[in-house]
Write a protein that binds this ligand. Structure first.
Ligand SMILES: Cc1cc2nc3c(=O)[nH]c(=O)nc-3n(C[C@H](O)[C@H](O)[C@H](O)COP(=O)(O)OP(=O)(O)OC[C@H]3O[C@@H](n4cnc5c(N)ncnc54)[C@H](O)[C@@H]3O)c2cc1C
Length: 378
């Protein structure tokens, strides 16, 4: 059986980012690394958006926006995102850039196989695919198993689920300088439902129907909602160039409890998805850097995770949304219609001080959050 220092089960965002950080650090040249994925990562299976101030992966940013619209059925607000920009990266551009960079290293290998099992056996681990078995010192797992969250009730699990159409309209209708961050002016039907629009030009945009809720919908329902919205925007003649769909876990479930000395869960499987928003890209940049730094002094993965106040805020937020799914738009409107966008983005980036936290939290419907707090405490 072939032996490696590190095996990455799943080679998507979090694995690629972690190995990229290892290469950039220059400290892992003597470690043999195997990346396994059932998919060749040669298709554009998703687009990532995130806000930031720095020049991160600047040469593969396909579009950025300085303004974003927030809307509900009563009002609209154009948010000036400065000093942030809202940026988009195509999944395929990221996979190509990272794989080209890391696979130049002679100690890093990628195979396309389906992982069927992995376990820790004393001081080493065994990884089994459909056709081969490997041993290694340590495993980085990013294969998400939703069952571990579904089989408990202490931490609610909502899903951020959506279908998006990349449309090309015959007439000029979109404002390419302004993304639609959340438009709640659509029927809520007892859930948290909004439209998300990323315009690339006056005639091209990604239009997404998104829910933060427990249950998925039939495909036809998402698509009908997109059609209705396009009609509302006055777009009657258009071509659907591509479609995207996703289902991102939103939960404060403590995934890190499943880490062992030699197996760590990373990415969505490790709780790197921000529970209250589903955003993962930026968190993954931070966590992968932190993990690579951690490895320079430690090798017991159980010591990696640190619980913080933001985990608890997200827990309360999900408790509120889980019990009062129809009130999601009220909570978001309380924040985005009145709050300071820069401070909200800083808060969502988990970079605010306690005083700043209170400035953001104070805008939220207090009775909903007080009830959630009391339920958690007692
Ligand atoms: C369509 C879409 C759009 C998104 N947009 C955003 C966004 O705008 N901003 C943001 O921050 N987040 C976004 N996300 C959420 C998040 O960033 C992504 O889901 C991200 O890819 C998660 O990274 P990961 O490493 O956890 O998982 P992944 O990137 O999904 O990597 C897991 C890998 O495991 C592989 N795999 C699974 N099972 C097996 C198996 N048995 N054997 C071998 N390989 C296996 C998969 O093929 C995959 O490559 C989006 C997600 C989706 C699906």
């Amino acid at each position: 059986m072939q032996h490696y220092h590190y095996i990455f089960t799943g080679t998507g965002l979090s694995s690629m980012m972690t190995v990229y950080e290892m290469v950039v650090s220059g400290n892992f040249k003597d470690k043999s690394i195997l990346l396994i994925d059932q998919n060749a990562k040669k298709t554009n299976d998703r687009t990532w958006c995130f806000w930031n101030q720095k020049n991160t992966f600047e040469n593969i940013i396909s579009k950025s926006w300085n303004m974003a619209l927030y809307a509900d059925s009563d009002a609209e607000r154009v948010l000036d995102l400065s000093p942030y920009q809202y940026k988009m990266i195509k999944g395929l551009d990221f996979y190509t850039l990272i794989l080209e960079t890391i696979l130049k290293e002679s100690n890093i290998h990628f195979i396309q196989q389906k992982v069927i099992d992995f376990e820790e056996l004393g001081n080493h681990c065994v990884v089994k695919t459909e056709t081969q078995s490997f041993t290694c010192n340590q495993v980085f797992n990013s294969i998400f198993n939703p069952e571990i969250v579904k089989n408990q009730s202490k931490y609610p699990l909502l899903q951020q689920h959506f279908i998006g159409w990349f449309v090309k309209s015959k007439t000029t209708v979109f404002n390419p300088n302004q993304a639609t961050f959340m438009d709640f002016s659509i029927e809520q039907k007892g859930n948290t439902r909004f439209m998300y629009v990323l315009p690339f030009s006056e005639t091209e945009a990604l239009v997404e129907y998104t829910l933060f809720s427990k249950e998925l919908l039939e495909t036809a329902e998402y698509e009908m909602a997109i059609q209705n919205y396009l009609q509302k925007l006055g777009i009657t003649e258009y071509e659907i160039v591509e479609k995207e769909y996703g289902n991102i876990p939103m939960t404060s479930y403590p995934f890190w409890k499943h880490n062992s000395k030699n197996i760590i869960n990373i990415g969505s499987a490790g709780g790197w998805t921000k529970a209250s928003t589903g955003y993962t890209f930026k968190n993954t940049i931070k966590k992968s850097k932190a993990l690579v730094e951690f490895l320079s002094t430690e090798n017991d993965f159980r010591k990696f995770h640190k619980k913080d106040k933001f985990w608890f805020y997200d827990l309360l937020f999900l408790d509120v949304l889980n019990r009062n799914n129809a009130l999601g738009s009220n909570v978001f409107s309380a924040l985005f219609q009145k709050g300071n966008p820069t401070l909200i983005f800083k808060f969502l980036d988990e970079e605010t001080t306690f005083t700043e936290d209170l400035q953001v939290i104070w805008k939220c419907p207090k009775w909903l959050f007080m009830k959630a707090l009391f339920r958690r405490i007692f």
